[in-house]
Design a protein around this ligand. Structure first.
Ligand code: G4P
Length: 528
């Protein structure tokens, strides 16, 4: 069993979160470069040419030109086995982006030094906080004019509400970016711009006391001042707080020029965690246990249109997966072999014979799995805690054009909802005559329309609704929903399980309704 423990111990499974364009793809690519998984920068992404990012690998998406999935990359670095979970941004943003965070043990938050904390980062950050996983900050693009680093720290603390602890500190920015000071070793490393494809950024390292050799008098004085301020004002590094997700170690660098990237990776791998225990119906499941277990966090439908098949993505939570052995699907109550298990290794998909806690596998799904399902070694029957339902931000009333196709319409909408691509709701007082669809990313409406047409032969009409905020009623058993004192922009709806929910146009109305109805408890996440 020594092997099993060692394999699991060396695994690091994390998500990279950021607002689009902060540099997530560039940083991921540089990690792969240092890990030797690719040998040329630029291999991963080709935004401006016909090539797709490696992490943008689904053929069906390429055909549709839509990236509706998050994917995983595995590579080795320095005896670590690293799984990076990609969280798509831009208009690809969807519930899958959130769900991916359920499979991660920690998160790297990439922030553009000239923009600070942006909208999408805030949304993803909230999910990380809910899960209490460690969050590491990489402040990128220091080779460009950046905001004052103290202001950036303040912003992270104020907007995101997490304490920060700079591990290194920038010396200047933009044209005046000279390098970083490592607070631990008390050395400075100077920055030399290199061609973006090169592996190593040529740089020099010196103890602070000799830094005058490399810095101007003014730069040196400013650095000493900054260090004094920092030592007085910023939180001290405490591993326990980092592990509990209460303190974010902060690094400055430039992904494009490779500056500070490998240093960040090394620190990060030491400070982050190997696979974490996960809560189940039988208590915490130890990742190092001999019992294999995994849960489904994403379902990718219709990989091959001719077969209508699906791929279920599973995060292995404990033990070892052996493709030759049966597993027990807890919700389906049956034993089976997982079919065509595969992993994405840097640039290729490959069939896997074995995998360990921390790893992500995609398995062929004939339609039996749902999001949140558990599989484990036969003999065990525990189920992992369900995945929350994340708040959709776009809503539309949906109707089928041909009323004769009612049955196909309901079937299609229900199946697509079951895969987790959309959420469906009804008017509070009526049945299924009218359906309200909620999505996290607006592109999901197009996906819905496309899939209903092509897979179910149903034409639909979508009427966008103005609501942007949805809240679950946490204490629904204690509240008479019909009697809630609402605002003019509030709408009562229910989900398919008859759970009541409230929709709002304005965020301040949420607060208003809470004020008007003492005792009412609202939540941004739904729990099954
Ligand atoms: P994303 O995945 O977070 O959306 O960001 P991505 O890595 O695609 O980076 C967005 C843009 O920012 C890219 O430029 C990229 O080259 C640039 N970039 C990333 N890191 C740095 C950095 O450290 N310094 C500077 N100066 N730029 C950086 P682009 O013009 O949109 O694309 P490309 O033509 O470079 O591919």
């Amino acid at each position: 069993m020594a092997d099993l423990k060692q394999e699991i111990k060396r695994r690091r499974t994390f998500a990279i979160i950021s607002h689009p364009d902060a540099g997530k793809t560039t940083l991921t690519e540089k990690f792969l470069l240092y890990g030797g998984a690719i040998n040329q920068a630029g291999a991963v992404k080709g935004k401006h040419n016909a090539k797709h990012a490696v992490s943008d690998w689904m053929e069906i998406e390429k055909q549709r030109g839509i990236s509706v999935t998050s994917s995983v990359l595995q590579f080795e670095y320095d005896d670590y086995c690293i799984n990076i979970l990609d969280t798509p941004g831009h208009q690809d943003f969807s519930e899958d982006t959130y769900r991916t965070l359920m499979a991660a043990d920690s998160a790297v938050m990439v922030i553009d030094g000239s923009k600070g904390v942006e909208a999408q980062t805030i949304k993803l950050f909230k999910v990380c906080v809910m899960r209490q996983i460690p969050i590491f900050t990489f402040i990128n693009k220091m080779d460009r004019d950046a905001n004052d680093p103290f202001e950036l720290m303040d912003e992270i603390e104020n907007v995101l509400g997490i304490a920060t602890c700079p591990v290194n500190w920038p010396i200047g920015s933009g044209k005046g970016f000279r390098g970083v000071y490592d607070r631990n070793s008390k050395h400075i490393t100077t920055f030399t711009a290199t061609a973006s494809g090169m592996k190593e950024a040529a740089s020099e390292e010196l103890p602070l006391k000799n830094a005058k050799k490399l810095l101007t008098e003014g730069e040196y004085e400013k650095l000493l001042e900054d260090i004094e301020l920092l030592d007085g004002a910023s939180a001290e590094f405490e591993q326990d707080l980092v592990s509990a997700g209460q303190l974010s170690p902060v690094f400055f660098g430039s992904a494009l020029t490779n500056f500070g990237v490998e240093n960040f990776l090394q620190h990060f791998l030491q400070m982050t965690t190997s696979p974490l225990p996960r809560n189940s119906s039988e208590g915490m499941i130890d990742p190092f246990s001999d019992v294999f277990s995994a849960f489904v966090f994403k379902i990718q439908a219709n990989m091959n249109k001719a077969h209508r098949d699906r791929i279920a993505f599973m995060r292995i939570c404990s033990g070892k997966f052996d493709a030759d052995k049966d597993v027990y699907h807890v919700q389906g109550e049956r034993k089976q072999k997982l079919s065509q298990p595969q992993q994405l290794m840097a640039q290729e998909r490959k069939i896997v014979a074995e995998a360990y806690a921390g790893d992500i596998i995609g398995v062929f799904d004939p339609g039996i799995f749902s999001i949140g399902d558990t599989v484990c070694s036969p003999g065990s029957k525990f189920a992992f805690e369900g995945i929350p339902t994340f708040a959709p931000e776009h809503f539309a009333r949906v109707r089928q054009v041909d009323t004769m196709k009612r049955k196909q319409f309901i079937k299609g909408v229900s199946q697509i909802a079951q895969e987790g691509a959309i959420q469906i709701f009804q008017e509070f007082n009526t049945g299924m005559e009218e359906i309200i669809v909620g999505v996290v990313g607006v592109l999901q409406f197009d996906v819905l329309k496309f899939r209903l047409e092509s897979e179910y032969g149903v034409d639909i009409r979508l009427e966008k609704l103005p609501y942007e905020y949805i809240r679950w009623i946490e204490n629904k058993d204690e509240i008479d929903v019909a009697k809630i004192q609402g605002t003019s922009d509030m709408k009562r709806i229910k989900d398919l399980k008859d759970n009541p929910l409230l929709l709002f146009v304005n965020s301040w109305s949420v607060g208003m309704v809470l004020d008007r109805n003492p005792g009412l408890k609202l939540s941004e996440f739904g729990r099954e």
